[in-house]
Design a protein around this ligand. Structure first.
Ligand SMILES: [Zn+2]
Length: 257
């Protein structure tokens, strides 16, 4: 939703620097654009999304998740709540069984009518659509097999209207499930990626050219997660802890709120 007016989809292309990686998505369905935040590193000031409203958002966990996945989601919720409590004095999410929030059934990236819930209650949903099948949800959303998950957010002006996190069981490695959910709930909180595809811009640096030790690369909100290359070279990347850069961006997102 940056740099344009009206509904807009931001797509994530293939990663050039890492041969095999998951691309962690955020689709923004916007009738407006988020504001830059005058806080934190200058080259990340444009990296924010509309925040959650005041209070604690109810987060419904799809009953289709298996018990291990459900426990992982609960742990991620606790991770975000601990950070929120420490930095900005609030718990972001209250996890609950799915009751009360209908299933979201978006048929395209602009389909906010297909997203259930409100800014104060949303769901983490299991998807198993096949990206090789034309017409499947993943294809309809503009995603592919390198996208294990997506957070779809709908806005009115610069206010969050509703959102849903979709996790595709076909494309998330079990070892990376918790890492992926941690990243997606970062979008749900109101963070876009720590760096953006391509060259970037003055207030939101591009990911290319950042070294492996760069704090934006080690951040949970970096848009890629290495899967390894299948030949024993390159480890499956795990990111289950929020990093300093993620923390300061949360502080910036919720400053003076
Ligand atoms: Zn993402």
């Amino acid at each position: 939703m940056w740099g344009g007016r009206g509904p807009e989809l931001r797509r994530r292309g293939a990663l050039l620097l890492i041969s095999s990686a998951l691309v962690l998505g955020a689709l923004g369905v916007a009738c407006g654009r988020a504001e830059s935040v005058d806080c934190g590193p200058e080259d990340q000031r444009g990296s924010f999304l509309p925040s959650l409203p005041a209070g604690t958002a109810r987060l419904a966990i799809d009953p289709a998740f298996d018990p291990i996945s459900r426990e992982s989601i609960l742990q991620v919720v606790e991770t975000w709540n601990q950070l929120g409590s420490t930095i900005v004095g609030r718990s972001f999410f209250a996890a609950q069984a799915s009751g009360g929030i209908p299933r979201s059934m978006p048929v395209g990236p602009q389909d906010c009518d297909g997203v259930a819930g409100s800014s104060e209650q949303f769901s983490v949903q299991l998807d198993s659509s096949d990206a090789s099948q034309p017409g499947s949800r993943w294809v309809s959303l503009g995603l592919n097999s390198s996208n294990p998950a997506v957070t779809i957010r709908c806005y009115e002006g610069s206010n969050l209207q509703k959102q849903v996190v979709l996790i595709n069981a076909r494309y998330v490695l079990p070892a990376q499930f918790r890492s992926v959910v941690l990243h997606e709930l970062g979008h749900a909180v109101g963070l876009d990626h720590s760096c953006q595809m391509g060259e970037g811009s003055g207030d939101w640096v591009g990911c290319q050219g950042l070294g492996n030790e760069h704090p934006y690369v080690s951040a949970v909100m970096f848009p890629y997660l290495r899967m390894g290359n299948g030949s024993g070279l390159g480890a499956v990347e795990i990111k289950e802890n929020l990093q300093f850069n993620d923390q300061i961006r949360v502080g910036c997102r919720y400053q003076n709120r």
